[in-house]
Design a protein around this ligand. Structure first.
Ligand SMILES: NC(=O)c1ccc[n+]([C@@H]2O[C@H](COP(=O)([O-])OP(=O)(O)OC[C@H]3O[C@@H](n4cnc5c(N)ncnc54)[C@H](OP(=O)(O)O)[C@@H]3O)[C@@H](O)[C@H]2O)c1
Length: 291
């Protein structure tokens, strides 16, 4: 396919590279221009502005947050004003349910199609084309974008005709991951203060009753205590819990655990954790315990 890719951060760089490897023609745009060089060397075309990445059948966005996606989608030379009729905007950023609904409407008014395709997996999974991709959108548009998903992920999960359903699922998943991080942090503070070897403890749990990828990946990271450089930065984690609570409020769903996580992230950021991985909230339980 002839596809544009906007946002070459930790995740986007690997995703765009995998599109190239699969034989797609890729035009890349990044706000900070230097980040396009590596991909150009692999065969991509560099776009000088957003609109130049919107000339193909589809354009994928992988940007930090709602503000970034809004500015790229709705700017004067933005996606809505540039994508041809019938063109597909595939949004893979973790954004709010409300913005996903707004994009669905704006693209429909412009005669374009919007597919929401947020991903599970960290930068290493993005680079290895091992993402799990959750998809919401009209079946014909999802089908048309399927070769792109196949190039970037290990499995695609079409869940709903409504794009924002995929965003709700993604946010709920990140809420579950953050809850696991907090729970691991509390348990490790307990056993660590009690004199148990934290590494052996985590190894025992993840090879028996907690043998799931999230416990393995984050258990190892938390035991190592190495949170820099961040694979998924704390401000992005804080954003996801904020968006989870916004969706919960709109649907009138109390989520007391999410409220607790919100405060954990605020504490981490207030204490200088901007550049740390979001798994660093696990250290707060140890601090509280005086460990
Ligand atoms: N990292 C993970 O483990 C992970 C996993 C799943 C989902 N996600 C989600 O994927 C998205 C991207 O994450 P990431 O880790 O790749 O983030 P990142 O490394 O911080 O990259 C963010 C990208 O957004 C661009 N950007 C930010 N603000 C912008 C603006 N106002 N206008 C235009 N471009 C802007 C950045 O451009 P510059 O280079 O110019 O700064 C960069 O290309 C986020 O929504 C995140 O929640 C991340």
């Amino acid at each position: 396919m002839n596809v544009g890719f906007i946002g070459l951060g930790h995740m986007g760089a690997g995703m765009a590279a995998n599109l190239l490897k699969a034989g797609h023609q890729v035009t890349v745009y990044n706000r900070t221009p230097g980040k396009t060089d590596v991909l150009v060397a692999q065969g991509a075309k560099a776009a000088a502005q957003v609109s130049d990445a919107c000339r193909g059948e589809a354009v994928i966005t992988m940007l930090s947050n709602d503000d970034a996606v809004e500015s790229v989608a709705f700017g004067k030379d933005g996606i809505v004003n540039s994508l041809p009729a019938g063109g597909i905007h595939v949004s893979s950023s973790t954004i709010s349910v409300a913005l996903s609904d707004k994009l669905t409407q704006a693209h429909a008014r412009a005669g374009q199609r919007f597919v929401s395709a947020p991903v599970f997996g960290r930068p290493a999974a993005a680079a290895a084309a091992q993402l799990n991709i959750v998809v919401g959108g009209e079946p014909a548009a999802v089908k048309a974008a399927m070769p792109l998903f196949e190039a970037m992920g290990q499995k695609t999960y079409p869940l709903s005709d409504k794009p924002s359903a995929a965003n709700l699922v993604k946010l709920s998943g990140n809420f579950l991951i953050a809850s696991a991080i907090e729970a691991i942090g509390e348990a490790l503070a307990l056993v660590g203060k009690g004199g148990v070897d934290r590494g052996l403890y985590m190894e025992m749990l993840t090879s028996s009753i907690f043998s799931a990828p999230i416990y393995k990946i984050y258990g190892g990271l938390i035991v190592s205590g190495v949170f820099e450089p961040a694979g998924f930065a704390a401000p992005l984690g804080q954003k996801d819990i904020r968006l989870t609570l916004a969706a919960a409020e709109a649907l009138r769903v109390p989520m007391p655990l999410a409220s607790l996580l919100r405060d954990r992230f605020l504490t981490l950021l207030a204490q200088g954790g901007e550049n740390l991985d979001w798994a660093a909230i696990s250290g707060l339980a140890a601090k509280d315990a005086g460990v």
